[in-house]
Design a protein around this ligand. Sequence first.
Ligand code: SF4
Length: 322
Amino acid sequence: MPILQNNDEIILVLDSQCDNSCVFCQNSRLVHGKNTQQLTHDEPDDINTIKCRIRLAKSLGFRKICFTGNEILNRSSIIDLLVFARKLSFTNITVQTTGRKLKNFVFLKKVVTAGANGFHVPIYGSTAKINDAITNSPGSFVDLMEALNNLSRFDLPVTLNGIFLTQNYADIPSLVRLKIEQFPGMRFMIDHYRPHAASLIFYHFLMPRYTKVIRYFKKAVELYTKRYRYHSDLFIYFARYFLSMPFCIINKIDKEMFRCVILKISRGYLVSVKNKDDSFKYTSRRKVVSCSGCVFNSLCLGPYVHYLKAYGSEEFRPIKGA
Ligand code: SF4
């Protein structure tokens, strides 16, 4: 039962059977062979042990808790655990889910009544064709849309988590349009693909060159700022995930966004990005020769080692003045 910490939030990673088999996931069929099912987990952690950990986290001062791990809503004890967390008075009880089970409104109500008051849900494309090719699971997009419409009926924070890959980068502006038009109040982010040890052989297949992605991100930022404006909370949430990229790439996407996130985001956020990357043995970052002449050399994390191996360093050019 890995337990992670994010400021005053405890993140409980519990084993469970997933509904999807995403191409970038270290448990997916892509990694383990196309004829294997998503790895099966048998809920090995005893519920009393999990409750002890939750109680300990509360006594240590954590106010927020996030339940995650494959598809956490498939875990038979999830309702019991949510009720337990609610009774301990955690202020934020978040569920990170594929969302597929939440197409059932009755089940969603049960989850909310038990104690969940926030959701993180992944979305990888604006159409079933693109999304389902990434989740490797036909029907996942239709289920997700039903779930998001159900979630819209509650006044609860919902975050849509995207990730940019070779398979979807050209669709990013359409994905932003879908979010703006259908789910305008939800938070949205598009994260960077972080190579895991188990999926490194697919890095080149999954991670596009930044140079190819930039024009689509430019359009996405244009659409986003037209709807939400720079410096708004929803824009800052969207923009902060760009900080996983080298700064010379963010600067090429949108200079105002770059200034906006650099001004608003503290060094602490970058430290947390770095810690997250360093926690995967194979995903550390490295500066390139030209970084020494860059004004952001001390703040920027530089490119991923595996990116450099795949594409070289020619895209990274020092920024000469802020
Ligand atoms: S040149 Fe190096 S330090 Fe400067 S922004 Fe690019 S990757 Fe970062």
